[in-house]
Design a protein around this ligand. Sequence first.
Ligand SMILES: [Zn+2]
Length: 235
Amino acid sequence: MMPTRPERPLVDVMAPVRPRREPIGTSVEGRLIEAVTFGNPSARALVLAGVHGDEPKSVYVARQLVGLLSNEPELGDRQCVVIVPLVNPDGYERRRRRNANRVDPNRNFPTKNWVESKSRSRFYGGSTPASEPEARAVMGLVARLQPQRILAIHSVSNRQFCNNYDGPALDLARAMSAANGYRVAASVGYPTPGSLGTWAGLERNIPTITLELPSHHSRQRCWRDNREALLGFIR
Ligand SMILES: [Zn+2]
């Protein structure tokens, strides 16, 4: 399922610092899933948001980061950062967690612990692993970019906000925590078969942070509280 050779280099060594926008795939309903690339490829960080369509604060924060790096390129010119602000555009359009096939993209990755779940569940992982174009777009990007670390921005209610980590990312989670004040969490407290964290962090050993924003905070406050944590992550 994953391409073993890059179709083409995602970043060009000689490329200027100006961000490049390119589609990495299309959603079930044909909406483009766009990646924004900054900097040179010496250190590669990947930031994802909008995996769940009902978590618009994650999309806002990722777009703020794109805006900040566009306006102040010196913040991002010593590393490569690829930002995908909206992984699940069909769900976002409806403000619904799952994609247009009613599959949770963050349960659709082909992990060893993937299980078929009830199709009416809001965590439905699809009929087969990697059945959904949104998960496959992320998988293809990871295969081409070979990121050294991944951060997926989500949001959560009931004061469960945290810097969750999978794989060798405890130090990254602690650094995030020092900047945003959220707790470090080795687990979100419930099983997540087929999640990006399991696929990339636990099974591929790519340090992976799941930043769970507090859904009761305004989107402006989420950005304000996480600006330095995000800049620290990409450096
Ligand atoms: Zn989420």
